[in-house]
Design a protein around this ligand. Structure first.
Ligand code: NAP
Ligand code: ZN
Length: 374
């Protein structure tokens, strides 16, 4: 088996890991730009822990808190302009996948001029601002991937910058920041991490190392899932259990390491249209499609599907469908015109060739039909 393994991010995990290990950021420069969403970094204490650290270390900083969910190309260029104007040495991204992905594009665009037409080319000069990442959702694993996924209105989808240059230098994983994440976002992001781990196993680039990480990530998620399902059934709004929060954050981190090696598959490619056109959260979009894609895999490579079911501890793809349904609840609708368009867009992505079982456009149409209400 030929494979490459590369993951250069230094990761510090655990309660108060910023306080305990934060001095390391001193090596990155004298001026930082914090990249965040509008509210959550202020509300969950992560921004304050970072600004306290920077003040203690005598590092100057400014805050760019304009990152929206599913960040746009324009947001990345705007953030990079602010960084350039202010002579920023390094980026500290705090938040879910959106501020982290925006942070990567900002770090790249602040260090070199890249025309928008070349932004997704993958060919850049060897220059980027160093990055420190603090995930506050447990889903994307962006803190350990080389991808920055931006909303691309010209292509009417989400497009990735993929380059080893944009791996963050340092990541701090403290589950205390995720404690007030709503149950809904907790489920959507958990399902994103599950999707990364499962798709990693279903990737044409899966290896013995990525599978080991994927299986452990799936184990951690399945350990937490029954409690999360019970909280959902009881209509609770939060998961107030640090141990569960920590397991989910570690699962997300490991699933990030998986996709850094394997990429994602047809599921993510199909999910992007559900997010772009129907505003369905990223993780939920993948979760809606995942079981039906596994059914297709089962038809063409039964042993591969069985290895995923074994990791999930489930007896059949139908049981996986039921499991995801119980987490995701009522499904959105889709019509035939949308299915035609979204399946065409998904077929044009690299994810199709990256899938161990390569679907046809007709397969994708059937998956959309079976996954949503028609
Ligand atoms: P998100 O868009 O970053 O955040 C979703 C919502 O959760 C926002 O309203 C945010 O508020 C809030 N939030 C974040 N942390 C919180 C906390 N601790 N407590 C309460 N609320 C909190 O969602 P996400 O699912 O983490 O990221 C999705 C993005 O990541 C998508 O653009 C997706 O394409 C990308 N992604 C990237 C990779 C990769 O490898 N790079 C992998 C998968 C997905 P604020 O806006 O106020 O912060
Ligand atoms: Zn994802």
């Amino acid at each position: 088996m030929n494979f490459k393994y590369y993951m250069p991010t230094k990761v510090f995990a655990g309660f108060e890991c910023i306080k305990n290990n934060g001095e390391i950021v001193k090596t990155l420069g004298n001026k930082a730009m914090l990249v965040t969403g509008a509210n959550s970094a202020k509300a969950n204490g992560s921004e304050k822990d970072v600004t306290d650290l920077l003040e203690k270390l005598g590092i100057d900083y400014l805050i760019f808190d304009k990152v929206m969910s599913n960040p746009t190309i324009e947001c990345a260029y705007e953030g990079a302009e602010v960084a350039k104007k202010n002579g920023v040495d390094f980026i500290i991204a705090i938040g879910g996948g959106s501020p982290m992905d925006a942070g990567k594009a900002i770090a790249l665009l602040a260090a070199q001029d890249i025309d928008e037409s070349k932004l997704f080319s993958g060919s850049y000069e060897n220059k980027v601002l160093p990055m420190v990442f603090i995930p506050t959702t447990a889903g994307t694993g962006s803190e350990v991937t080389q991808y920055s996924i931006l909303t691309n209105d010209k292509a009417q989808t989400k497009t990735s910058i993929a380059s080893d240059l944009i791996f963050p230098e340092i990541a701090f994983l403290d589950a205390k920041y995720t404690e007030k994440l709503s149950l809904k976002t907790t489920i959507n992001t958990m399902v994103d991490a599950l999707s990364h781990a499962v798709e990693g196993m279903l990737s044409a680039r899966a290896s013995v190392v990525s599978n080991a990480l994927a299986i452990q990530s799936i184990n951690l998620i399945m350990d937490c899932a029954s409690m999360i399902k019970a909280l959902k059934a009881a209509d609770k709004k939060f998961v107030e259990d640090f141990e569960i929060r920590e397991k989910l954050l570690n699962a997300s981190f490991m699933a990030g390491m998986v996709i850094a090696q394997t990429g994602t598959t047809a599921v993510h490619a199909m999910g992007y249209s559900l997010t772009y056109f129907k505003d369905i959260d990223h993780g939920r979009a993948n979760g809606l499609l995942l079981a039906e894609y596994l059914k297709l895999v089962e038809k063409q490579n039964v042993n591969l599907a069985l290895s995923v079911l074994a990791a999930l501890g489930l007896k059949s793809t139908e049981k996986f469908n039921e499991f995801l349904d119980s987490l995701l609840g009522d499904k959105e609708s889709i019509n035939l015109e949308e299915i035609e368009k979204y399946s065409g867009l998904a077929m044009a992505t690299k994810n199709i060739a990256n899938s161990a079982v390569k679907p046809t456009q007709d397969d994708l149409k059937l998956i959309y039909k079976a996954s949503l209400n028609i």
